[in-house]
Design a protein around this ligand. Structure first.
Ligand code: NAD
Length: 493
């Protein structure tokens, strides 16, 4: 199904030819129905990259059963041995990093430099989490009895379902699969239907590294496949990253059988800029966080809340930076903004622009799709936005920044908090008291002072509150909490 694109690395071409398939019980297989769905390049949608299995309920059933069968062996394997398999996979993936970045830009569209950063980040997360194989401890505490040993230990949940979005098609699967596997769970993984290639390359490396059959299973397909996985009674935990609407549906379905859920959801992240801030720094960081990855990051800055006296100056600096955000194919090294993921995303962004105009906002720059085949949207700044406008409340998931003017830090924090989401935020100021006030009062899971809403490091917890997240933080030392449950042991002798 590959096009004759000569720049496709040969191993990626070979891998796609062999393994654009489900992985069930250690075997690469088509969907039971034999049906497939197409994967296209969003920068050139006529460019058909591959066809992946359109899985059916019976494929999900087979995958969950394979994971269930593999569970006793995998969970009994000493954790340091499991870590050795993950380490081997990391080594294989390191050697294929460029090909992974290439696949990422190819199917997701982001600029190749961003794709390389994502691959690096995914591998770093895997390395950090593989090391849990030697750290995954409980506690031994003094007993109230003279002849009692009292301690706690972790055990795996069992079969875990992992469902991921298209916007970080390598890093998110990597940082979910690593903690799930190192803690002794077996996995059924349903990647986003728009970006199955990175998922397949990751699964392939884990298989090559020596994962026993059935420990990791991959079923491809759209939302219905995910719904089937969530509903399966043998699935004891579901880690999901995606939209808030789907997250709420998953939570409701899992609650009926007390399956655990971890939900990383949408955002409506604000950058607050006070009058005393370094405005050049703020403009640079906000432009990158609003327009980079075409605004398709859960942590993208989509609201700029600025103290009125510097609003015009800051917007001027952003407009001056806009021409540097060249839009086009992510393979062009000059391009900073790739396409959005699909035609419906482009239409959704346009409909938000229509609403913004109707509700009284002004387009300072951008505001339109770009001509050509790809799903390209111009980096956009909307001014005259009030906190209650639709564009100030709803996640747009495109390169659109809404500017809201305020009088004070207190008003800025109140506006920042007055949305249903609570993922990330940032404050630009030189005032320590303002920074402390923000850290006390901002209702987001990630907070930043003089760095942008997209910044995070793998060794610290990542996640949101309110409509942005539920059920335990990913990454950091907290990453393994979701995938384990505690047992307390009293031994008298
Ligand atoms: P989405 O919710 O449409 O899909 C995510 C995944 O869920 C896909 O694999 C999809 O096939 C599957 N799915 C869809 N319907 C389902 C159902 N009913 N049951 C089970 N699975 C189902 O989201 P998307 O469009 O792929 O991703 C964009 C969203 O993800 C944005 O809202 C973004 O903010 C969010 N996101 C959040 C984070 C975070 O860490 N908080 C990170 C990245 C993306």
């Amino acid at each position: 199904m590959l096009t004759a694109n000569s720049t496709v690395p040969p191993r990626l071409r070979a891998a796609l030819t062999c393994h654009s398939l489900n992985l069930i019980g250690g075997n690469w297989s088509p969907a039971a129905s034999g049906e497939t769905f197409p994967v296209v390049n969003p920068a050139a949608p006529g460019d058909l990259l591959a066809a992946f299995p359109a899985s059916e309920p019976s494929d999900v059933q087979d995958a969950v059963e394979a994971a269930h069968e593999a569970l006793p062996g995998w969970s009994a394997m000493p954790a340091p041995e499991r870590a050795r398999i993950l380490d081997r996979a990391i080594t294989l993936l390191e050697a294929r990093a460029e090909e992974l970045a290439y696949a990422l830009t190819w199917e997701e569209g982001k600029a190749i430099a961003e794709a390389r950063v994502e691959v690096r980040r995914g591998l770093d997360a895997m390395a950090f989490l593989a090391a849990e194989g030697r750290r995954m401890g409980g506690q031994t505490l003094p007993s109230a009895q003279p002849n009692m040993l009292a301690f706690s230990q972790r055990r795996p949940l069992g079969v875990v379902g992992i469902i991921t979005p298209w916007n970080f098609p390598f890093a998110i699967p990597a940082w979910k699969l690593a903690p799930a596997l190192i803690t002794g769970n077996t996995v059924v993984f349903k990647p986003a239907e728009q970006t199955p290639i990175c998922a397949m390359l990751l699964a392939e490396a884990l298989q090559e590294a020596g994962l026993p059959p059935g420990v990791l299973n991959v079923v491809h397909g759209a939302g219905a496949v995910g719904r089937e996985l969530v509903a399966h009674p043998l699935v004891r935990g579901i880690s999901f990253t995606g939209s808030t609407a789907v997250g709420k549906e998953i939570n409701a379905a899992a609650a009926s059988r007390l399956a655990k859920v971890q939900l990383e959801l949408g955002g409506k992240n604000a950058a607050i800029v006070l009058a005393d801030a370094d405005l050049d720094l703020a403009a640079r960081e906000i432009a990158a966080a609003a327009w980079g990855s075409s605004g398709q990051r859960c942590t993208a800055t989509s609201r700029l809340i600025v103290q009125r006296e510097v609003a015009e100056q800051l917007v001027g600096k952003l407009l001056a930076l806009a021409p540097g955000y060249r839009v086009g194919s992510g393979f062009d090294p000059e391009v900073k903004v790739g396409p959005v993921i699909e035609a419906s995303a482009l239409a959704r962004i346009e409909s938000y622009l229509d609403l913004a105009r109707q509700e009284g906002a002004s387009v300072a720059i951008g505001g339109h799709r770009l001509s050509g085949d790809g799903y390209f949207f111009a980096p956009t700044v909307l001014t005259g936005v009030s906190p209650v406008m639709t564009v100030a409340q709803e996640e747009i998931f495109g390169p659109v920044l809404s500017v809201i003017e305020v009088e004070s830090l207190e008003e800025a924090i109140a506006v920042s908090n007055a949305v249903s989401y609570g993922l990330s935020s940032a404050l630009y100021t030189r005032d320590l008291a303002a920074a402390l006030g923000y850290a006390r009062n901002a209702a987001t899971g990630l907070l930043h002072v003089n760095c942008s809403s997209i910044y995070s490091e793998i060794q610290l917890p990542f996640g949101g509150i309110k409509d942005s997240g539920f059920g335990g933080r990913e990454m950091g030392p907290t990453a393994i909490d979701f995938y384990t449950e505690w047992q307390t042991v009293y031994m008298q002798g």
